[in-house]
Design a protein around this ligand. Structure first.
Ligand code: ACO
Length: 198
């Protein structure tokens, strides 16, 4: 078992792991558009901390370090279905904190946590109260959930028009409407001294 932190650097083995991680995110975060997942996981400004077992990805966290602002935004976090609630998520987060502090020089993390993952993030030291000064993060954090919300409003408007005119299309398109999870902004302060990993 090993923990690695890397970004899209063109190394074959790393690409295989990043694709494995992208597939886990796509399965575990069904409300996230797949293209958006691929784009961020493969984006060179993002890094991914991964748990690798027997050369297979078990799970990971993709984040974007904003080095000058000293905070990181966690975009995605997931563990493959049959390995959840075995402690991998906690160990992963500890490796992330250690790396972000010692390598990127970050002091905080922000994330939009899915409602059902708030319990996990709370256990990892995240709070709903944001202490980080707004001018340090506002304009940086991408609120994909807000974008999805706008898209949903637009979609329901479209749907209404369609209901009036093409009820057949409704039946077909309903299959593609996925309800999304609101998500809530959470923050975590990284301890400046604590050894997070052994
Ligand atoms: N709700 C409440 N508590 C949870 C949840 C949850 N969804 N998941 C884990 N926990 C708890 C565990 O019970 C455990 O508590 P304990 O320390 O008291 O025993 C603690 O959190 C840590 O559990 P781990 O085993 O380390 O967590 P796991 O390996 O399962 O990873 C994760 C947690 C990443 C949320 C995983 O369950 C998962 O992939 N879920 C599906 C995808 C998901 O929801 N991802 C987060 C979306 S938000 C985002 O990506 C920004």
């Amino acid at each position: 078992l090993k923990f690695v932190c890397l970004s899209n650097d063109g190394v074959d083995e790393h690409m295989v792991w990043l694709i494995g991680l992208k597939n886990i995110f796509a399965r575990q975060l069904p409300n996230m558009p797949k293209e958006y997942i691929v784009r961020l996981v493969m984006d060179r400004n993002h890094k991914s901390v991964m748990v690798i077992r027997r050369n297979q990805v078990v799970g990971g966290i993709t984040y974007r370090p904003y080095v000058s602002q000293k905070f990181g935004e966690i975009a995605f976090c997931a563990i493959t279905a049959d390995e959840q609630v075995k402690g991998y998520g906690t160990r992963l987060m500890n490796h992330l904190k250690q790396h972000a502090r010692d390598v990127d020089g970050l002091t905080h993390f922000l994330t939009y946590a899915d409602n059902n993952a708030v319990g996990y993030f709370t256990k990892q030291g995240f709070t709903k109260e944001i202490h980080l000064e707004k001018d340090r993060w506002q304009g940086y954090v991408t609120n994909i959930r807000s974008i999805l919300k706008i898209a949903k409003v637009f979609y329901s408007y479209l749907l209404e028009i369609m209901t009036r005119y093409f009820s057949f299309f409704i039946l077909v398109s309903c299959k593609y409407i996925k309800d999304y999870d609101g998500g809530i902004l959470m923050e975590c302060k990284i301890d400046p001294k604590l050894p997070y990993t052994d």
